[in-house]
Ligand binder design. Structure first.
Ligand code: SF4
Ligand code: SF4
Ligand code: FES
Length: 228
Protein backbone atom coordinates (compact mmCIF):
# COMPACT_ATOMS: atom_id res chain seq x y z
CA UNK A 1 0.00 0.00 0.00
CA UNK A 2 1.03 3.58 -0.50
CA UNK A 3 0.77 5.67 2.67
CA UNK A 4 0.90 9.44 2.22
CA UNK A 5 1.30 11.25 5.51
CA UNK A 6 0.98 14.98 5.94
CA UNK A 7 3.83 15.90 8.24
CA UNK A 8 4.85 19.09 9.95
CA UNK A 9 7.83 19.40 12.28
CA UNK A 10 6.22 22.12 14.37
CA UNK A 11 3.46 24.73 14.28
CA UNK A 12 5.88 27.24 12.74
CA UNK A 13 7.16 25.03 9.92
CA UNK A 14 5.50 24.32 6.58
CA UNK A 15 3.70 20.98 6.06
CA UNK A 16 4.97 18.41 3.56
CA UNK A 17 3.86 15.00 2.31
CA UNK A 18 5.92 11.94 3.19
CA UNK A 19 5.23 8.75 1.20
CA UNK A 20 5.87 5.18 2.28
CA UNK A 21 5.31 1.86 0.54
CA UNK A 22 3.86 -0.30 3.26
CA UNK A 23 2.92 -3.97 3.54
CA UNK A 24 0.34 -4.72 6.26
CA UNK A 25 1.22 -7.68 8.50
CA UNK A 26 -2.39 -8.85 8.45
CA UNK A 27 -5.66 -8.11 6.69
CA UNK A 28 -7.39 -6.53 9.67
CA UNK A 29 -4.54 -4.13 10.45
CA UNK A 30 -5.58 -0.66 11.60
CA UNK A 31 -4.09 2.72 10.73
CA UNK A 32 -2.83 2.88 14.34
CA UNK A 33 -0.91 -0.39 13.92
CA UNK A 34 0.47 0.77 10.58
CA UNK A 35 1.76 4.01 12.15
CA UNK A 36 3.33 2.06 15.03
CA UNK A 37 5.07 -0.40 12.71
CA UNK A 38 6.18 2.36 10.37
CA UNK A 39 7.58 4.40 13.24
CA UNK A 40 9.67 1.46 14.46
CA UNK A 41 11.68 1.75 11.25
CA UNK A 42 11.80 5.53 10.87
CA UNK A 43 14.72 7.67 12.09
CA UNK A 44 12.27 10.58 12.48
CA UNK A 45 9.07 8.93 13.80
CA UNK A 46 5.65 10.35 12.89
CA UNK A 47 4.10 12.04 15.91
CA UNK A 48 0.54 11.04 16.66
CA UNK A 49 -1.56 10.50 19.79
CA UNK A 50 -3.12 7.36 21.19
CA UNK A 51 -3.97 5.88 24.54
CA UNK A 52 -6.50 3.05 24.73
CA UNK A 53 -6.21 1.60 21.18
CA UNK A 54 -9.75 0.35 21.79
CA UNK A 55 -11.99 3.15 20.46
CA UNK A 56 -12.54 4.39 23.98
CA UNK A 57 -10.49 7.57 24.47
CA UNK A 58 -10.72 9.57 21.22
CA UNK A 59 -7.03 10.53 21.31
CA UNK A 60 -6.15 9.02 17.92
CA UNK A 61 -8.65 11.04 15.84
CA UNK A 62 -7.18 12.02 12.47
CA UNK A 63 -8.27 12.41 8.86
CA UNK A 64 -7.90 9.42 6.54
CA UNK A 65 -8.72 9.90 2.86
CA UNK A 66 -10.64 13.06 3.70
CA UNK A 67 -12.79 11.71 6.56
CA UNK A 68 -12.22 11.98 10.30
CA UNK A 69 -11.72 8.58 11.95
CA UNK A 70 -10.11 6.98 14.97
CA UNK A 71 -6.82 5.48 13.82
CA UNK A 72 -7.34 2.48 16.12
CA UNK A 73 -10.70 1.81 14.46
CA UNK A 74 -9.88 2.49 10.79
CA UNK A 75 -8.87 -0.69 8.97
CA UNK A 76 -6.45 -0.53 6.04
CA UNK A 77 -8.61 -3.08 4.23
CA UNK A 78 -11.44 -0.52 4.08
CA UNK A 79 -9.35 1.63 1.74
CA UNK A 80 -7.89 1.11 -1.69
CA UNK A 81 -4.13 0.98 -2.26
CA UNK A 82 -3.47 4.63 -1.49
CA UNK A 83 -4.17 6.15 1.92
CA UNK A 84 -3.64 9.77 2.80
CA UNK A 85 -3.33 10.47 6.53
CA UNK A 86 -3.64 14.02 7.85
CA UNK A 87 -4.22 15.68 11.23
CA UNK A 88 -7.69 17.05 12.07
CA UNK A 89 -7.90 20.25 10.04
CA UNK A 90 -10.19 22.41 12.17
CA UNK A 91 -7.59 22.78 14.91
CA UNK A 92 -4.06 24.14 15.09
CA UNK A 93 -1.53 21.43 14.32
CA UNK A 94 1.09 20.88 17.01
CA UNK A 95 3.25 18.49 14.97
CA UNK A 96 2.59 15.80 12.32
CA UNK A 97 -0.78 14.18 13.20
CA UNK A 98 -1.23 15.90 16.57
CA UNK A 99 -3.78 18.72 16.75
CA UNK A 100 -4.43 21.05 19.64
CA UNK A 101 -8.01 20.19 20.64
CA UNK A 102 -8.01 22.21 23.85
CA UNK A 103 -10.95 24.21 22.48
CA UNK A 104 -13.12 21.13 23.18
CA UNK A 105 -12.41 21.44 26.88
CA UNK A 106 -12.71 25.23 26.83
CA UNK A 107 -16.17 24.80 25.33
CA UNK A 108 -17.19 22.35 28.06
CA UNK A 109 -16.11 24.94 30.63
CA UNK A 110 -18.02 27.68 28.80
CA UNK A 111 -21.10 25.45 28.73
CA UNK A 112 -20.75 24.79 32.46
CA UNK A 113 -20.88 21.05 31.81
CA UNK A 114 -21.16 19.94 35.38
CA UNK A 115 -24.12 19.42 37.70
CA UNK A 116 -24.69 22.37 40.05
CA UNK A 117 -26.81 20.17 42.33
CA UNK A 118 -27.37 16.48 42.91
CA UNK A 119 -29.07 14.85 39.90
CA UNK A 120 -32.42 13.13 40.27
CA UNK A 121 -33.27 9.84 38.61
CA UNK A 122 -35.84 11.19 36.21
CA UNK A 123 -37.87 9.28 33.66
CA UNK A 124 -35.93 9.02 30.39
CA UNK A 125 -32.81 10.62 31.86
CA UNK A 126 -30.92 7.34 32.33
CA UNK A 127 -31.08 6.46 28.62
CA UNK A 128 -30.08 9.98 27.59
CA UNK A 129 -27.31 10.05 30.19
CA UNK A 130 -25.95 6.72 28.98
CA UNK A 131 -26.03 7.76 25.33
CA UNK A 132 -24.37 11.13 26.03
CA UNK A 133 -21.71 9.58 28.27
CA UNK A 134 -20.37 7.62 25.30
CA UNK A 135 -18.95 10.83 23.78
CA UNK A 136 -15.16 10.52 23.45
CA UNK A 137 -14.51 14.24 22.91
CA UNK A 138 -12.56 13.15 19.85
CA UNK A 139 -13.56 16.14 17.70
CA UNK A 140 -14.50 14.12 14.58
CA UNK A 141 -17.94 15.79 14.54
CA UNK A 142 -16.35 19.26 14.61
CA UNK A 143 -14.13 18.36 11.67
CA UNK A 144 -17.12 17.95 9.33
CA UNK A 145 -19.45 20.54 10.87
CA UNK A 146 -20.03 23.41 8.42
CA UNK A 147 -20.93 25.76 11.28
CA UNK A 148 -18.16 25.06 13.78
CA UNK A 149 -15.18 27.36 14.01
CA UNK A 150 -12.77 26.94 16.97
CA UNK A 151 -12.90 30.65 17.86
CA UNK A 152 -16.69 30.94 17.53
CA UNK A 153 -19.66 30.89 19.89
CA UNK A 154 -21.11 27.64 18.51
CA UNK A 155 -19.79 24.65 20.49
CA UNK A 156 -20.75 22.00 17.91
CA UNK A 157 -21.92 18.49 18.66
CA UNK A 158 -18.99 17.80 21.01
CA UNK A 159 -20.54 20.44 23.30
CA UNK A 160 -24.17 19.60 22.60
CA UNK A 161 -23.84 15.93 23.56
CA UNK A 162 -22.53 16.36 27.14
CA UNK A 163 -24.94 19.24 27.68
CA UNK A 164 -27.88 17.06 26.63
CA UNK A 165 -27.14 14.83 29.61
CA UNK A 166 -27.35 17.70 32.08
CA UNK A 167 -30.49 19.10 30.51
CA UNK A 168 -32.12 15.68 30.91
CA UNK A 169 -30.95 15.11 34.47
CA UNK A 170 -31.71 18.49 36.04
CA UNK A 171 -35.24 19.26 37.25
CA UNK A 172 -36.97 21.88 35.08
CA UNK A 173 -36.81 24.55 37.79
CA UNK A 174 -32.99 24.32 37.91
CA UNK A 175 -32.39 24.23 34.18
CA UNK A 176 -32.62 27.97 33.43
CA UNK A 177 -28.93 28.84 33.14
CA UNK A 178 -27.99 25.70 31.22
CA UNK A 179 -30.94 26.20 28.88
CA UNK A 180 -29.76 29.72 28.09
CA UNK A 181 -26.23 28.41 27.43
CA UNK A 182 -27.66 25.70 25.18
CA UNK A 183 -29.70 28.21 23.18
CA UNK A 184 -26.68 30.48 22.70
CA UNK A 185 -23.90 27.95 22.13
CA UNK A 186 -25.77 25.11 20.40
CA UNK A 187 -29.31 25.81 19.22
CA UNK A 188 -28.57 29.17 17.56
CA UNK A 189 -25.62 27.79 15.58
CA UNK A 190 -26.66 24.26 14.62
CA UNK A 191 -28.00 23.97 11.06
CA UNK A 192 -29.28 20.39 11.75
CA UNK A 193 -27.47 19.09 8.66
CA UNK A 194 -26.38 16.07 10.76
CA UNK A 195 -23.07 15.67 8.93
CA UNK A 196 -21.72 14.96 12.42
CA UNK A 197 -23.94 11.88 12.81
CA UNK A 198 -22.26 10.13 9.88
CA UNK A 199 -18.74 10.40 11.29
CA UNK A 200 -19.23 9.96 15.03
CA UNK A 201 -17.03 6.91 15.82
CA UNK A 202 -19.11 6.16 18.92
CA UNK A 203 -22.28 6.05 16.81
CA UNK A 204 -24.04 8.40 19.21
CA UNK A 205 -27.70 9.14 18.48
CA UNK A 206 -26.94 12.83 18.04
CA UNK A 207 -30.29 13.72 16.45
CA UNK A 208 -32.17 12.00 19.28
CA UNK A 209 -30.18 13.96 21.85
CA UNK A 210 -30.77 17.23 19.96
CA UNK A 211 -34.52 16.58 19.92
CA UNK A 212 -34.54 16.07 23.70
CA UNK A 213 -32.38 19.11 24.40
CA UNK A 214 -34.40 21.33 22.07
CA UNK A 215 -37.57 20.22 23.86
CA UNK A 216 -36.05 20.91 27.29
CA UNK A 217 -34.25 24.18 26.54
CA UNK A 218 -36.25 25.78 23.71
CA UNK A 219 -39.74 24.48 22.99
CA UNK A 220 -41.08 24.08 26.54
CA UNK A 221 -40.05 27.66 27.28
CA UNK A 222 -41.76 28.98 24.13
CA UNK A 223 -44.94 27.03 24.92
CA UNK A 224 -44.95 28.42 28.46
CA UNK A 225 -44.59 31.96 27.09
CA UNK A 226 -47.47 31.40 24.65
CA UNK A 227 -49.79 30.27 27.46
CA UNK A 228 -49.22 33.48 29.48
S1 SF4 B 1 -26.13 18.96 12.85
FE1 SF4 B 1 -24.79 20.02 11.35
S2 SF4 B 1 -24.50 22.08 12.19
FE2 SF4 B 1 -25.31 20.81 13.86
S3 SF4 B 1 -23.48 20.09 14.93
FE3 SF4 B 1 -23.99 18.49 13.40
S4 SF4 B 1 -22.79 19.02 11.57
FE4 SF4 B 1 -22.80 20.83 12.93
S1 SF4 C 1 -20.19 13.43 19.44
FE1 SF4 C 1 -19.11 11.69 18.52
S2 SF4 C 1 -17.72 12.64 17.04
FE2 SF4 C 1 -18.35 14.26 18.45
S3 SF4 C 1 -16.79 14.34 20.02
FE3 SF4 C 1 -18.41 12.96 20.77
S4 SF4 C 1 -17.76 10.93 20.12
FE4 SF4 C 1 -16.53 12.37 18.94
S1 FES D 1 -6.32 5.26 20.98
FE1 FES D 1 -8.13 5.58 22.19
S2 FES D 1 -9.66 5.79 20.67
FE2 FES D 1 -7.91 5.28 19.50
Amino acid sequence: MRLEILRRKSREEAPYIECHDYTPAEKSETVATALTRLNAALPDPIRWECSCLQKKCGACAMVVNGSPVLACDARLSDYKNKIRIEPLRKFLVVADLISDRSVLYENLRQLRCWLPAEAEMREGAVEIGYEASRCLQCGCCLEVCPNFDPGGVFAGMAGAVPLSRLLAELPEAERGELSALYRRHVYAGCGKSLACRNVCPAGIDVDGLLVNSNAAAVWKRLLRRKKH
